[in-house]
Design a protein around this ligand. Structure first.
Ligand code: SF4
Length: 365
């Protein structure tokens, strides 16, 4: 069972897609005028009803994006992937809603509200803005402070029951009621853009939720509830699914294990150390590497290029091919990688100073 609170290291994406009816993104990629590089490269690999959003983008119709966050530690490159997707939708003038899941953090992770709020503002929202999100165009809110969402969650809770919640999330008898209710808040986060503030007037606006596969239980529950709550005539939300980044040492990437991730606030020395000692697809010896070629498919450095550092497909392909042929050595390749990261982080660091002030104003710290 895949749940948002616990995810195994190894995910069989293909099997998960088959089990839960997620469609491959490559089946519709040709109909997307300007697909995101994460889509072109199969990193965003699946979707539900994304055709609706493609149509909105193509015909300049309104659509909304909802991307919740539950702050847990420092923000790293794995988290950045979601901001890259929001920036893509921002270019299409999408409405962007960013709920801070403080109610869920409280009930599921035992985090107090003040800690969650501070972390969300100073680490996440600050970086979101520094990365390019327009603070004037985003709706960032704390779940605990947004009555529209809380009221909608309560109303929609009537459309599910304990058996369904158990079947989707695997809740047991020991689960606290707050945790049990938290997914309903997420359902309301996702559906609220389709209603005006009074929850009475309907807005004709499709919504897309870009997520990792661990969040699919929320999407399934939301779509089911949207269909059941006939009085609202909700459009079931669309979703896209991206792969998780591999940790620098080969396992899971985690905020609580600094050696597994490059953080957006790492300094030059730290980045160099992490990249120079990360897992690559290089061979045991230089001689072997030159003879047999590397394995970029199993290389964390290559993943960093593909996900974040190289937007030009031709340049990425050249790295792939020269690695495969053994012409590109890991030493040279890692050096190029950390130089690119350092350059990127230096620029981000400068932008973060201004962004932090704005983030504080948005949430009123
Ligand atoms: Fe990875 Fe680069 Fe080494 Fe190839 S050459 S295995 S892409 S570090």
């Amino acid at each position: 069972m895949i749940t948002p609170w616990e995810i195994s290291d190894i995910i069989d994406y293909k099997k998960t897609m088959e089990n839960f009816g997620i469609k491959p993104i490559n089946e519709i990629i040709k109909s997307i005028e300007n697909p995101h590089h994460l889509m072109r490269r199969g990193i965003i690999f699946g979707h539900r009803d994304f055709e609706r959003i493609v149509d909105a983008m193509k015909n300049k119709k309104k659509f909304a994006v909802v991307s919740g966050m539950m702050p847990s530690g420092r923000m790293h490159f794995g988290h950045k992937m979601i901001v890259d997707q929001l920036l893509y939708y921002q270019d299409y003038n999408a409405e962007i809603h960013i709920p801070i899941a403080d109610l869920e953090a409280y009930s599921a992770r035992g985090m107090d509200f003040e800690t969650t709020k501070k972390l969300a503002v100073e680490e996440y929202i600050t970086n979101y803005i520094a990365l390019g999100l327009d603070p004037e165009k985003i709706n960032v809110y704390l779940q605990s402070k947004y009555n529209k969402v809380k009221d909608l969650a309560f109303i929609l809770s009537k459309r599910t029951n304990l058996s369904e919640m158990r079947a989707i999330y695997g809740f047991g008898g020991e689960t606290n009621i707050g945790h049990l209710f938290a997914p309903l808040i997420q359902v309301a986060d996702i559906l609220h853009p389709q209603l005006e503030e009074d929850l009475k007037i309907r807005r004709e606006i499709p919504v897309v939720v870009p997520v990792g596969i661990d969040q699919d239980p929320h999407i399934r529950l939301t779509r089911d509830i949207a269909n059941r709550a006939k009085e609202y005539k909700f459009i079931p939300p669309s979703s896209t699914y991206h792969r998780f980044m591999t940790g620098l040492l080969g396992g899971k990437m985690s905020s609580s294990k600094p050696e597994t991730a490059v953080f957006l606030t790492d300094d030059e020395k730290g980045v160099k150390k992490k990249i120079m000692s990360c897992k690559t697809g290089g061979r045991e010896t230089l001689e072997e590497h030159k003879k047999l070629g590397g394995v970029p498919e199993e290389c964390v450095v290559y993943e960093l290029y593909a996900y974040h550092l190289i937007k030009d497909d031709k340049e990425l392909l050249e790295i792939y091919e020269t690695c495969k042929k053994g012409e590109l050595t890991c030493g040279k390749c890692k050096k190029y990688c950390y130089e690119k990261i350092v350059e990127f982080l230096k620029d981000l660091h400068e932008k973060r100073e201004v962004a932090k002030e704005i983030a504080h104003k948005i949430i009123n710290l």
